[in-house]
Design a protein around this ligand. Sequence first.
Ligand SMILES: [Zn+2]
Length: 471
Amino acid sequence: MDDSVLSRRRTENTPPSPDSAQPSAIQPRRTELSYLKHWFFVLLSISTAILLLYRYGYSTDEAINPLDYKSRAQKLMETTPLIDGHNDLPYLLRLELKNKIYDATKFTFREGKNSLILWFFCCLTMKNYRISKSYRLGASEIRPHWRPILCPDISSLDDPNHNVRDTLEQIDVAKRFIAEYRPELRYCEHSSCVISAFKAGSIASMLGAEGLHQAGSAIGVIRQFFDLGVRYITLTHNCDNPFATAASTVTATEKDGGLTEFGKAAVLEMNRLGMMVDLSHVSHKTMRDVLDVTQSPVIFSHSACYALAKNYRNAPDDVLARLTDNGGVIMVFFVKRFLDAERPDAADMATAVDHIFHVAKVAGWDHVGIGADFDGTVTLADGIDDVSAYPLLIESILRRGATDEQVRKLLGENILRVWAQNEAIAARLQYVDQTKPVEEVWDGRKWTRWDNPLPVMIPGNLDRIRAQNYM
Ligand SMILES: [Zn+2]
């Protein structure tokens, strides 16, 4: 889709003025618009109030010695939800259990005997850990697709059957998992739910998807993922797709096609839905292209800084700097080779803290978070093997000079703000601007139909899908 189409859609979706010559039948009535605007701002006010209540509702009566970093870290983590942007636990449920989670002799999650994750909990997009409990939790992403050695040709992605099926399966197992481990876990689809879950002592568990290949090259599937509860999608995984170029492609070929026109349409639809656009795994040009077109703040669910580790998987400084205007957040992960590209074995907790402070320096403390990538890699930085390291990590960040307010932002306030902004912008696009869903179709899409007689709806329609025989 070209820019003229985009601008045309915006024009077409702008409600007509009262003196417009448009037929009244297709005009939203003023009362309806006023009603929608009223409720939009009511909802916005409620969500803002919830955030403010959450932000300033802490008990701050206990004075802690500023040099007592351990106590400060503990207090911060007891009063602020730690939201981890990326955890692959549902992928392990698939690999280890074929998504059969009810056999307590084999899967002992609640007892903390799982060799990989102890008391972990998760769901799909973000994790929310509480150190005051005897369990740890988080959220994982839907990741039914395997890391390929060789990338498939994009044209082969026209067959969406397995990707979409497997993603639906992962949504299913993640939801069943969360339900099975209630009340420790609580499924959340809205940003305000995270706060109420945290205050109730539950771990908020949300869904995300790692790669738009999972959408079967169809924007309608993105819409259905949103309806099923997915709240972010990474535009690519480790291969290009019809929407965008992956960082791994640039590493292999030095060629960077960035975001495609079809990808731009998908980003705008994600904005309209309130689906956060995740730029982890994408190429640098894709990052810049998305920042040119998105109307909502973006996220990097698990990334690091290119200035400190020269891997195209990481975000360069010019992109980090643009987060200040965009409002987005980059959630730093702990995979060795992305923290230290030249000496990966040397990467440790201090290296991870270096990346967090680099984001803070270039973009500001309003734009940094944590997205460990636990359960998705075996090469984690020394000292950060699992969520039990988080108190030490936070202590280390405080020792480096961060204030309590900056750490609260890092822990969870930033990603909650970004999520709430995505929700508010989606509400405006849908209910105030009356923006219609995107209908763009990928150029490489093949349409098939069985060779059977069917009635004609539009006589002489040359776009009608032709009959053919197939098995
Ligand atoms: Zn990843």
